[in-house]
Design a binder for this molecule. Structure first.
Ligand code: AHG
Ligand code: MN
Ligand code: MN
Length: 337
């Protein structure tokens, strides 16, 4: 029997600290957490549920949908639509805003999510996750419009991710540090196991999909070349490299032991400014990383300051240990000067 703080208890205690809190937000967050537990089960059962593999469909971004992309999106919708806390939802897997069905009351928050991040890893049994962000609806109790979601990341009320790895964890920020909870399956609760997670300012570990090297811009090529040059190069130290192809897993590693993660702008498809989506990938992760003492930038601009122009807008992402992120931004600014 565990005796630790449960996530439910943690959220209620946070609510008590917030003047004027009505319990709405607490209740919304509990529904998100319930969805993550259900997704954890679906991912964990894998082939036993017959949920591996792809569908014939593509999402709005032209990516082939995995069966689990659609199942996990449905779980998020079903868990969060009914309670009356939301004015609308938006997700990687839906072309436009999800309207709350008319039989349910509307609320004052917006929920955006990537229901299954790293889904190309599902069939090979590598960690995947769910990323979410909660915003205030500009007009409460009115069906949300797409433009309502186009808020800078600094406006996030809360951001988090669940990681379905060797254990299932939920990592959360309410703008007051970052805390990590591990799912105790016997009790059915997330338990506080990683209090006040912080990212060391320095690191010797970088993560990037190096197969795109020829498409990168000069500052990123320079940074990675210097890391690869190791002790004999201008950095004077050896670096290690990782690439999981699940942003959730990379961010989790960085929160645990430091590191820098980059999915930079590249010229592979000039129509795309980057691969990762601002509202439900870059912004929530940037919020978490900053709250843990790290930094997150496009190379030129702090991610959380970007004024969004589309629900599925893509941005370059460079995040993690502060001193390394500053080094890469410095190279971008030198080039621009
Ligand atoms: P998603 O599965 O939600 O589409 O996101 C995958 C993202 C991200 O998690 C990861 O860092 C990146 O795509 C991997 O991209 P490559 O396959 O280009 O390495
Ligand atoms: Mn994703
Ligand atoms: Mn996804």
């Amino acid at each position: 029997m565990h005796t630790g703080t449960t996530l439910t208890q943690f959220i209620i205690e946070e609510q008590r600290r917030a003047a004027g809190a009505t319990g709405d937000f607490t209740s919304l967050l509990n529904d998100v957490v319930t969805a993550c537990k259900a997704i954890s089960n679906a991912v964990n059962k894998g082939a036993l549920l017959g949920v591996m593999g792809s569908l014939d469909s593509e999402n709005v971004q032209g990516e082939t949908q995995k069966k689990l992309d659609v199942i996990t999106n449905d779980i998020m919708i079903r868990s969060n639509a009914w309670a009356g806390h939301l004015a609308g939802m938006a997700s990687e897997e839906m072309d436009t805003v999800y309207d709350i069905p008319t039989q349910y009351p509307l609320g004052k928050y917006l929920l955006v999510f990537d229901p299954l991040d790293g889904s190309s890893n599902v069939d090979v049994n590598i960690s995947v996750g769910t990323i979410f962000s909660i915003l205030k609806a500009p007009v409460p109790n009115r069906p949300a419009r797409p433009e309502d979601f186009l808020q800078a990341g600094t406006k996030q009320v809360c951001a988090g991710y669940a990681i379905y790895g060797s254990s299932t964890m939920l990592v959360l920020t309410l703008g007051n540090g970052v805390n990590g909870f591990t799912l105790d399956r016997d009790v059915g609760e997330f338990v506080l196991t990683h209090r006040n997670m912080t990212i060391p300012a320095d690191t010797r570990e970088f993560a990037i999909n190096a197969s795109n090297r020829r498409f990168w811009e000069a500052p990123v090529q320079r940074y990675v070349d210097e890391c690869l040059a190791g002790k004999e190069g201008p950095r004077g130290k050896d670096f290690n490299m990782r690439w999981v192809a699940s942003m959730v897993a990379e961010v989790h590693r960085i929160l645990t032991r430091g590191g820098i993660f980059m999915y930079p702008r590249d010229t592979k498809d000039p129509a795309k400014a980057g691969k990762l989506r601002l509202l439900y990938e870059a912004n929530p992760m940037a919020f978490i990383v900053e709250q843990a003492g790290g930094a997150a930038t496009t190379g030129y601009q702090r991610i959380l300051d970007i004024a969004p122009d589309g629900l599925h807008q893509r941005v370059p992402v460079i995040l993690g240990s502060k001193n390394e992120v500053d080094t890469v931004s410095g190279y971008h600014h030198e080039k621009a000067a």
